[in-house]
Design a protein around this ligand. Structure first.
Ligand code: HEC
Length: 177
């Protein structure tokens, strides 16, 4: 009985792999393009936090856009955006807005998504969730030093008051097909 199930299982797994490849080829591309951005941001944040939160704020301010620019080559553009921005310059492209909206309205929608955005171009979006390490600068209770530094650098800051597990925003990338 059990032996007969194995070929069926192999068949279903093969079908799933082929299905994913045929149906969503760009999902892998988007995730791959974002990987170094996510890695470099995280490294910069950790290195910055090693020097204290005030130094880390400067790292985020200066390095996040520099890392995104360095990786935005050959028709590829990427960045982070949010429904509650800290830096108004992080608005993101227009096609991201409806996806961000659906992520923020419905937790069940928070899956990475690939969309066709123009002829020959695709977009890919991934949700960013709040982790404990984020609370120093995005949480409900900030230290007075962090608070005052953020007020000075980002007078329009809306990116505080988050809890672990909240949707903080999205990573987005667009690329030629
Ligand atoms: C040391 C303080 C600090 C920590 C810790 C921190 N951030 Fe930020 N974050 C910032 C600053 C400063 C900016 C604005 C960067 C800029 O000017 O582009 C920012 C911007 C962002 C943005 C871009 C959208 C916007 O609002 O401008 C996202 C998304 C984000 N942070 C997510 C996170 C997540 C997720 C974590 C935890 C993994 C985290 N941050 C940890 C300081 C911090």
């Amino acid at each position: 009985m059990k032996m007969q199930r194995i070929p069926m299982l192999v068949f279903l797994v093969a079908l799933a792999i082929v299905g994913v490849r045929a149906g969503e080829p760009a999902l892998g591309t988007g995730a791959q393009l974002l990987a170094p951005f996510k890695r470099d941001l995280q490294q910069a944040l950790k290195a910055g936090l090693g020097e204290g939160p005030e130094a880390a704020i400067n790292v985020c301010k200066l390095e996040a856009p520099t890392i995104a620019d360095a990786l935005s080559i050959d028709g590829v553009r990427m960045g982070r955006t949010s429904q509650r921005l800290r830096n108004p310059a992080n608005g993101g492209p227009e096609w991201v807005a409806p996806i961000l909206q659906s992520y923020s309205l419905n937790a069940a929608e928070r899956q990475p998504r690939t969309v066709s955005i123009a002829s020959g171009r695709s977009g890919y979006v991934e949700p960013i969730m709040v982790q404990p390490i984020c609370l120093t600068c995005h949480g409900e209770r900030l230290s007075p030093a962090v608070s005052s530094q953020l007020r000075t650098a980002y007078p329009q800051d809306r990116a505080t008051g988050y809890k672990v597990g909240d949707l903080r925003g999205v990573f987005w990338v667009e690329f030629p097909n």
